[in-house]
Design a protein around this ligand. Structure first.
Ligand code: NDP
Length: 398
């Protein structure tokens, strides 16, 4: 059906490439491009279907445009870093290519997690007759779909949303992050924001936690309230929401290390001068930590990510929990990767598939929940992320 260029050969890029290659009738040609082409070649070598590779610096619009004009893809699947979103969107507009990503744009010097930079491209994409799909990973991505699906099929109006991201996996390291360390640490050390009565309320990072028992014996975990980017788009597109919160599980060892690293300044994004060289502490820390794409063989346990939605149906209060459970080792057996990259890469493939098959093709810039969740949810069941719904779950969430 269509040719795609995947940009970024990290943990997520590896999974997207595997999953697209599993559907040659949809993804007829795949080019995997990244800053370091050797990483693309290593991924291509894991896959039987031929995957072409290319070198590109996605911070540079002219390099991207040259690649797109040479390859003439239908669309770009951007799984590089959030810093590259706008340059890739600019290049897509210049070369007439559709766009998709899994994380909102972030400027390098401030950890903001806001959509306004990308929403500002709405008119440009509309005028160019192109589509940009934002945030087609798991969270954001599948969590937006879970919310939209619940709202569509179970409620007349939704009032509260709790997105709960539990990683019950263990990689055996005292401290490692399951996706890009720099992005992960920027996210978890940022001020917490949650939606309450029509506005975002700020509280200190990690200042509220509770215990959560996952279904199906995944286990009981401490989950911490934090800001996550889908809260911004979901509260905009579901204005009936009175309260929306995001929770993530963290182990004691992870939090202890993070506290110490933060106290000594290692998680800072402010550049410092070290022996005459300017370095950014968090980037130096990233170089010391295990590469998330190497965690696959050693991570055991399961992820359990889902949404608790409450609201009214036919005048009665109601609540549902929509969730997916994924086993780290199952992911490794299938695509040589742990479940965090897997649960991001599969929705990225499905988002691209929705665009290519025309089920979601729409000019402009869109968040996931603005599109029909049904075909996406069907594909999650087909392609490795089956989900369940519990009506009236007996969680006593704060
Ligand atoms: P990695 O750091 O493992 O991979 C990023 C890749 O992008 C690397 O191959 C890197 O190259 C490449 N890259 C970085 N800068 C450039 C550049 N200027 N030009 C070309 N390539 C570049 O990250 P992940 O795979 O873990 O994450 C990928 C994306 O997915 C991130 O945006 C992340 O925020 C997002 N994500 C989304 C989730 C969701 O559920 N929505 C969950 C997890 C991640 P190099 O190897 O040379 O550094």
């Amino acid at each position: 059906m269509a040719k795609v260029i995947i940009i970024g050969a990290g943990g997520v890029g590896q999974v997207v490439t595997h999953k697209c290659a599993q559907l040659p009738e949809v993804f007829t040609e795949i080019v995997l491009a990244s800053r370091n082409e050797d990483k693309c070649k290593k991924i291509a070598a894991q896959i039987d279907t031929p995957i072409r590779t290319a070198q590109v610096d996605a911070d540079k619009v002219p390099e991207l445009v040259a690649l797109f004009e040479r390859e003439k893809p239908f669309m770009v699947i951007n799984v590089a870093l959030p810093y590259q979103d706008l340059t890739i969107m600019d290049a897509c507009l210049e070369a007439g290519v559709h766009y998709m990503d899994t994380a909102n744009y972030e400027p390098l010097d401030t950890a903001k997690f806001e959509y306004h930079w990308q929403w500002a491209y709405q008119e440009k994409f509309e005028k160019a007759g192109l589509m940009a799909l934002l945030g087609s990973g798991f969270d954001p991505g599948a969590t937006n779909m879970f919310t939209a699906y619940a709202a569509k099929h179970y409620f007349d109006e939704i009032h509260t949303l709790d997105i709960i991201d539990v990683n019950g996996g263990n990689h055996g390291y005292p401290f490692a992050t399951n996706f890009n360390p720099e992005i992960n640490i920027r996210e978890v050390t940022a001020e917490c924001r949650h939606w309450e009565n029509g506005e975002f309320v700020e509280t200190p990072a990690m200042s509220l936690h509770q215990s959560f028992s996952c279904p199906d014996d995944v286990g009981t975990f401490n989950i911490y309230r934090m800001y996550h980017e889908e809260l911004e788009s979901l509260t905009k597109h579901f204005p009936s929401l009175k309260k929306a919160q995001f929770w993530m599980s963290f182990g004691e060892s992870y939090l202890k290390h993070l506290e110490v690293l933060g106290n000594v300044g290692m998680t800072s994004i402010e550049p410092i001068n070290f022996n005459g060289v300017e370095i950014v502490p968090i980037q130096f820390l990233k170089a010391l930590l295990p590469d998330p794409s190497t965690l696959g063989p050693r991570t055991v346990g399961k992820t359990c990510i889902g949404c608790v939605v409450k609201g009214v149906k036919d005048g009665k209060q109601k609540s549902v929990y929509v969730y997916n459970i994924k086993d780290h080792q199952d992911c490794y057996r299938e695509v040589q990767s742990q479940a965090i990259s897997y649960t991001t890469g599969v929705p990225a493939m499905i988002g691209a598939k929705m665009m290519i098959e025309g089920k979601w093709m729409k000019e402009g810039v869109w968040n996931m929940e603005q599109l029909d969740p049904d075909p996406f949810m069907d594909d999650m069941n087909q392609h490795g992320l089956p989900w369940q719904i519990i009506e009236e779950p007996d969680f006593n969430l704060i």
